[in-house]
Design a protein around this ligand. Sequence first.
Ligand code: PMP
Length: 409
Amino acid sequence: MMKATKAWVEAQFPLIRHHASLVYLDSAATTQKPDQVINRISKYNRQEHANIHRGVYDLSQKATTAYDQVRQQVKYLISARRDEEIIFTKGTTESLNLIAYSYGMPMLSEGDEVVLSIAEHHSNILPWQQLVKNKKAVLKYLPVDIEGRIMESAIDTVITEKTKIVSVTMVSNAFGTLQPIASIIKRAHEVGAVVVLDGAQSVPHKKVDVKALDADFLVFSSHKMFGPTGVGALYGKYELLEKMMPYQTGGDMIEYVEEQTSTFAPIPQCFEAGTPNIEGIIGFGEAIRFIEQIGYDFIYKEEMRLTKYAYDQLSHLSHIQIYGPLNIEDRGPVISFNVEDVHPHDITTILDQDHIAIRAGHHCAQLLMKRIGLPSTCRVSFAIYNTTEDIDQLIESLKKVRKWLGYES
Ligand code: PMP
């Protein structure tokens, strides 16, 4: 088993090698890529590129096989039942739009309810707003507590017999809060609703088993798990995919085209119109291989060790307010905080001068921010390539912030 030492990190991640002084603490936004992924994409482009599903010639067939193998990898990663349950998309955002449109349009009627939570990323809010407007349905929200956790006491009252779809994130991207997914799924299934899980901040860090969870849909992005941007996955139970209408129409998703009507290709092709991001999907497959080589157990332990270390160090600073769960086990590798009197954007600018990259803002979670009464926060987030030295540098830099701005001498 490898160890996430600085030498190992530098050997694996060329961007970190290239920027010797960079402390990258924004992996919840996007992760850096290991050589293994970059080299695989390059090899595909240099030696293997052809369009898929079309040519009968060898090169095209090999590209098709490589593409379809990634579907199998995703299936195994999340323990889905069949390859056809995996649909490739541009990412979590497109996956959510696809479900809202393709499942929501045929399945929702006037007065039906869609339930989200106040802790959602905007990409798990807007597609549902569009849908309910279209169908004269009703959008409801599960409330959250001060740590950003969905209140279990509200689950039974907010999710009702009228609820047809519940769509919630497994982990808040803004505060790192783990959500009570099992209770939500149980209640949703009691009333006959389907559950969409936003796994953008979960699948990169921990094994997600869709069978064990009995999840109806799961969505996630490659670029938050060491893979390329512009690629993501949508898992859906086969019997639900069968009820869905196509999202986009065009080439690659048809069986026969007549002048007035056409028939569609089988699942999953009917949801993947047009030439897909083949090189991106091949790179996604390599990113999954990278995760499997390291192992989720090691990733989780290492990221939790870093998160605990960072939490402890941050809480020793004066004039700091940390948000989200007090209990580290109730978090993903994300910590949101503010420094008294200082705007988060000023903090990131000062930290940037020390080559420390962190995020500031509402983190595309304005409803959650409003609930907690905050316009914005600073957010640090960790991945396997971070070290405790990175966190020590963050702390040293943060200690300067209030002094530089004249609040302390
Ligand atoms: N949901 C969550 C919880 C996220 O963290 C993100 C990315 N910040 C998204 C959805 C959107 O992902 P993408 O931009 O890759 O489509």
